[in-house]
Design a protein around this ligand. Structure first.
Ligand SMILES: [Zn+2]
Length: 349
């Protein structure tokens, strides 16, 4: 199977569904925002902050980044810059998480952060043609009550660009079934729902998410294959799983990316997409992640194109938009193949 050059991979049109705006702040932006907002960074070189010993350690670094985001213009800057970097990685459409709990705890208002994020999105869409929608994460360790309050709060603001509710942060010791109520409430109000499940937790967390909470998508789902009945159900119902291999290696779930379960999930028919999770915090963008996946999984260009189309299918675009994007991507794949001297491929259209 033919493999793709780094240049070819970067040009493949892509959709990204699992990336956190706060984690996409570059070290230089972080240093500048820390100075502006009088936040002490515990390292000389801000790049040294982006090294982790586990999920808990990672979340503590995440909290430091969030402390550097205070004014609307700070949120605007990280949203804009992250979309600029995504554009350079070939991303055409992104559904991006933001986690207001960290900011609200420190007294930043929802109005401030939301207006900043929208301004960043609007400017990036105009400058780069990239499209983006937001998913608001509720903080699982804070519990279902604060999750519902946060969703109620978000309902008071502009909904055009807020399409979904997610659930991030740690899983250990959390009764996930308690989130049935806030996630039901979210769906009744027109939101799609997703949740970080089995990043550090067992496969039973995915079962609760899929069978009790009724989420539309699974983020990470790292241990899904531990339950083959559930794997079959997730595959048959085509519940998308957004995997983030570099993130899983960085946080210490596995040592080598080649041991990642994504290829086996795909062989079982699971709708898998590849994502950067916290691009800058892991010193990658989505094009880098595609290149790593090609090397680690022994994939070829066909697989990378299929993963890109799987992300279109996994998105929360309406069916018409999905079909249009699917067709556009295939036309661009063929054009790229021609430009890069790769053989044409029959996509069955
Ligand atoms: Zn994530």
């Amino acid at each position: 199977m033919g493999t793709a050059s780094p240049e070819h991979i970067r040009s493949i049109p892509k959709v990204e569904l699992h990336v956190h705006v706060e984690g996409a702040a570059t070290p230089s932006t972080l240093a500048s925002l820390a100075k502006k907002n009088d936040v002490h960074l515990p390292v000389q070189d801000p790049a040294d902050l982006y090294v982790y010993e586990g999920l808990e350690d990672f979340i503590s670094v995440y909290d430091i980044i969030c402390r550097c985001l205070v004014a609307a213009e700070d949120f605007e800057r990280v949203a804009y810059e992250s979309l600029e970097l995504a554009h350079k990685a070939g991303v055409r459409y992104r559904e991006m998480f933001f986690s207001p709990t960290f900011a609200l705890r420190r007294g930043v208002s929802f109005a401030t952060l939301w207006s900043g994020l929208l301004a960043g999105l609007d400017a990036a869409q105009k400058d780069f043609g990239i499209q983006c929608r937001f998913i608001m994460d509720v903080d699982k360790p804070s519990g279902p009550g604060p999750a519902r309050e946060l969703i109620e709060l978000a309902l008071k603001y502009d909904r055009d660009y807020l399409i979904g509710i997610g659930g991030d942060a740690g899983e250990a010791g959390i009764d996930l079934s308690a989130f049935v109520d806030p996630f039901d409430f979210a769906r009744k109000n027109g939101f799609k729902t997703t949740m970080h499940l089995s990043e550090e937790g067992p496969v039973s967390d995915i079962e609760v998410g899929v069978r009790q909470i009724g989420i539309d998508r699974v983020d990470h789902g790292f241990n899904l294959l531990d339950d083959m009945d559930l794997t079959q159900e997730v595959a048959e119902r085509q519940i998308p799983v957004t995997v983030c291999p570099t993130s899983n290696v960085e946080i210490g779930l596995l040592e080598e990316m080649s041991a990642h379960p994504a290829p086996t999930m795909r062989r079982h028919g699971v709708l898998v997409s590849i994502n950067s999770d916290n691009a800058e915090m892991f010193r990658i963008d989505l094009a880098d992640e595609f290149a790593r996946v090609q090397d680690a999984f022994g994939y070829g260009l066909d697989d990378l194109e299929d993963l890109s189309l799987a992300a279109v299918e996994s998105s929360w675009l309406d069916e018409t938009s999905k079909n249009e994007m699917n067709d556009q991507f295939i036309a661009q794949f063929l054009e790229l193949r021609s430009n890069m001297g790769q053989p044409a491929r029959d996509f069955g259209v």
